[in-house]
Design a binder for this molecule. Structure first.
Ligand code: SF4
Ligand code: SF4
Length: 476
């Protein structure tokens, strides 16, 4: 007799998944995306870019100490963080766009969790063999020499991938060749070793051990994606009206009474999430389309048309059940919602490009000193003081000339300088005190206040920038 007072367990132990090797157009596409994304990630910090004598010649660099971000010819300073915010907005809109058109295509093809898990499974397959061999090894209770050898080889390989992943990450924050040398000789900053250790371990754990559990339990995206999908979204599904009733087709007569699905389980065996797409749409499905490749292969072998499992939209289902062909793909992709997302995405992108081209190469702020608002010198001259902050974004020292435009009586002088010029070292900001004077009998000296414009000019390149401010007089 069972104990009815015992509550059913809410915990179910994880069933390890050993996806079978598959080939087909979607698998090829996924290999291509993996090669490109991993290639970019690992190699980007090693691309050199001439930045002058004072800065590391690295094309992509997050210089936390200098509080700057270098991306090839683009240099983002802290006050230009809106560029980073804009890029994040574009990434979000891009995700909305792709999800509304093609479901969880990001999860299935380009998410780092998917890409690294795919890589770890590939290495596992090279070392331990395809699905059946891995299953046998997993079920083998005895840790004989072969099992120990295979497991240690696999774990060391995974750790090396983790190490390369963590290594590539830290190279984005410092000059890569210098940091590599430091890491090898034990002279790098402790933060580099700690980051390296954390990323090595997390890559090993996320890609090798946890795998699909991260997508199912840790990632919020499967839960919010539904808000971006509608009945026109293309997603991976099973044409049950064509496949059912499923059966093995052992006899010729069964081909008449059965659907096209021969219940071979190929679609289930290749699934990295361990689900059966024939049960319908499931939260676990990352739309990686590997089950499409597996089923298409089976359909080719049994002489049935491909597409029993396919990218399809809910809105086509009723028509297809009635025998109509599915609508062309472009009608699902080009919809008001996707067009709206595209326009929004393009608008933000154009705005960023425009902002990039019109941004000043010289950065200057002017803060009038208001305590006191003016001073009267012994000869009656009225003097105003301003704090001018000059930013040199170039990799070499620059000489700037300061001048004032307003009433001709206004004169400019710099504290501690004989001439109105100031040298700003490479990639630095300096604070310069500036005096503007007006003779006692001049209009600005007698007025309450007068408008003026302070100009700064690069003496070599001629680049100029200005700030408007006011000059305070006696007011009589
Ligand atoms: S059901 Fe198909 S598309 Fe979904 S995760 Fe599994 S293999 Fe990928
Ligand atoms: S691969 Fe195709 S034929 Fe085989 S079980 Fe899956 S749906 Fe049926």
């Amino acid at each position: 007799m069972s104990d009815s007072s015992q509550a059913p367990s809410l915990y179910s132990a994880r069933e390890p998944i050993f996806p079978r090797r598959v080939s087909g157009k979607f698998r090829t596409l996924k290999w291509g995306i993996m090669a490109v994304t991993l290639g970019i990630y690992y190699l980007l910090p090693w691309i050199r870019w001439d930045r002058g004598p004072e800065l590391p010649d690295q094309a992509v660099l997050l210089d936390l100490a200098g509080r700057r971000f270098y991306f090839f010819w683009i240099e983002i300073w802290p006050h230009e963080f809106y560029f980073v915010a804009g890029l994040l907005v574009m990434a979000g809109l891009g995700l909305f766009l792709f999800t509304s058109a093609l479901g969880r295509v990001w999860c299935g093809y380009a998410c780092p969790q998917t890409v690294w898990t795919d890589l770890f499974i590939l290495v596992e397959r090279w070392i331990e063999g395809d699905r059946n061999a891995r299953l046998r090894l997993h079920r083998q209770k005895k840790w004989d020499l072969r099992k120990v050898r295979l497991r240690i080889t696999k774990w060391i390989s995974w750790l090396l991938i983790g190490l390369a992943t963590g290594g590539a990450w830290v190279f984005y924050f410092a000059d890569a060749p210098t940091l590599l040398q430091g890491l090898m000789t034990g002279t790098a900053h402790p933060a580099a070793y700690i980051t390296l250790a954390i990323l090595t371990f997390t890559t090993f754990f996320f890609g090798g051990i946890a795998r699909e559990q991260i997508c199912i339990y840790a990632c919020p995206w499967p839960r919010i994606q539904a808000a971006m999908m509608d009945e026109d979204t293309l997603t991976v599904g099973y044409r049950d009206w064509r496949g059912e009733p499923r059966g093995k087709h052992r006899k010729a007569a069964e081909a008449e009474t059965h659907g096209d699905c021969i219940d071979c389980m190929a679609c289930v065996n290749v699934c990295p999430m361990g689900i059966d797409i024939r049960e319908g749409q499931q939260m676990e499905c990352i739309t990686c389309a590997l089950c499409i490749d597996a089923c298409d292969d089976i359909m080719d072998k049994i002489g049935k048309p491909r597409g029993l499992i396919d990218y399809m939209a809910l809105s086509d289902e009723a028509g297809e059940r009635a025998g109509k062909p599915p609508r062309p793909v472009w009608t699902h992709v080009l919809r008001p919602r996707t067009i709206f997302y595209t326009l929004l995405w393009g608008g933000v992108g154009l705005g960023l490009v425009f902002a990039l081209f019109i941004r000043a190469d010289i950065n200057m702020t002017v803060a009038p000193v208001r305590n006191p608002t003016y001073v009267t010198l012994s000869d009656g001259t009225i003097r105003n003081t301003y704090d001018v902050r000059l930013l040199n974004k170039h990799g070499e020292e620059r000489l700037f000339a300061l001048s004032v435009v307003g009433d001709p009586a206004l004169q400019v002088a710099l504290e501690g300088e004989a001439e109105a010029t100031v040298t700003v070292p490479a990639d630095s900001t300096i604070l310069q005190r500036l005096y503007i004077t007006a003779p006692a009998d001049s209009v600005p000296a007698q007025a309450q206040n007068s408008a003026l414009r302070i100009w700064v000019q690069d003496t070599r390149s001629g680049e100029r920038a200005y700030r408007d401010t006011t000059f305070n007089g006696r007011g009589n």
